[in-house]
Design a protein. Sequence first.
Length: 118
Amino acid sequence: QVQLVESGGGLVQAGGSLRLSCVASRAISSIAAMGWHRQAPGKQRELVAVITSGGNTNYADSVKGRFTISRDTAKNTVYLQMNSLKPEDTAVYYCKARVGVAILNDYWGQGTQVTVSS
């Protein structure tokens, strides 16, 4: 198992920046992949960005060039740097850890609210 705690959300004006943090209760180097997802009111949860244990990253088209996912293995922390924020980025952002090899299990954080005003 792994517990995840997100922080860093808040209210920001369009064009501004925020950095989200996700602290894991175990070494993230042992976790197959960690990612950020978001869910806006009335919409399905969607993948924003993911980083694998090997350091490979992938992004949703809507955030490419604006968001950057990174990690600090010494701190067991994954970050999401969000620049050039838009009102449509407003959502609850969740951290997810995918653990396992043959059998994969997903663990979620409690979420952090990001609100971008126009």
